[in-house]
Design a protein around this ligand. Structure first.
Ligand SMILES: [Fe+2]
Ligand SMILES: [Zn+2]
Length: 250
């Protein structure tokens, strides 16, 4: 898996200097919350703190990196800090089996590139995040710290592109409380938001994992607004969705 992030001079290649991290992964024990949303223990608390410290060290050394994306004023792009290898070399390898098993209908068996960044919620940072879907086939959301309350991740139901703005159905909405070291994995088309932070600072590593094969298989926009794509096997909305399956390019 390669990174699409980062441009210009990169401070470091890969993650070769961080072999200490190899021994800090805890066994993956996937808990299926709903189809397309999985939670698992992933990294020791000590490793989370060391990873954050390394991100901070590089951000101060290299000027904080580029803006991660338009949704986060305080995001830090990992590629610009030479840290996208954490996702490529370490996380990707450990999660390949899980991604194939639980996310194949969303492109999880053919993921080959990613865009990864750190998000930071706090009173003086980003305070919350509104309803949206991710520009990913599958999103990794790993809490690294620190001490906080609030800023829960609220899942609001997966949708195809044609039904993205449709109401949340009874039973679809549920909250996920982040804990340092715990990884949440969800399909990019699963709508979600982040509730307001109440205390402290929450810092999470986000990786938007993407599949060239899935994206190339989707019909291109023909200029008449016809952009629905079909990903074989994916019927993300549920049985009531007869009109659309899969998702389109964004
Ligand atoms: Fe998101
Ligand atoms: Zn639909």
């Amino acid at each position: 898996m390669t990174s699409t992030s980062g441009s210009g001079a990169r401070p470091a290649r890969g993650f070769e200097g961080y072999s200490w991290l190899e021994s800090e992964f805890v066994p993956v024990e996937p808990e299926l919350l709903v189809p397309g949303v999985v939670r698992t223990p992933f990294l020791t608390a000590d490793a989370c703190a060391r990873l954050l410290a390394e991100i901070d060290r590089r951000a101060s050394q290299y000027g904080g990196g580029a803006a991660a994306n338009s949704m986060h004023d305080h995001g830090v792009e990992l590629g610009a800090l030479g840290l996208d290898g954490v996702v490529t070399d370490l996380m990707g390898e450990r999660l390949a089996g899980l991604l194939r098993e639980h996310f194949a209908p969303f492109g999880g068996a053919t993921l080959d590139h990613h865009h990864s960044y750190l998000v930071q919620y706090g009173r003086d940072l980003d305070e919350d995040l509104g309803f949206h879907v991710d520009d990913s086939e599958v999103t990794l959301n790993l809490c690294l710290g620190e001490d906080f309350s609030g800023a829960e991740l609220v899942m609001l139901g997966a949708r195809c592109d044609g039904h993205r703005q449709t109401p949340v159905q009874p039973g679809e909405a549920f909250e996920i409380h982040h804990e340092p070291g715990t990884l949440v994995i969800h399909s990019g088309c699963h709508r979600h938001r982040v509730d307001p932070i109440r205390r402290g600072v929450r810092r999470n590593l986000i990786a938007w994992l993407r599949s060239s094969a899935s994206r190339e298989a989707l019909p291109k926009d023909d200029g008449m607004g016809l952009s629905e794509g079909i990903l074989p096997g994916a019927s993300v909305c549920g049985p009531w969705c007869g009109a659309h399956v899969g998702r389109s390019r964004r």
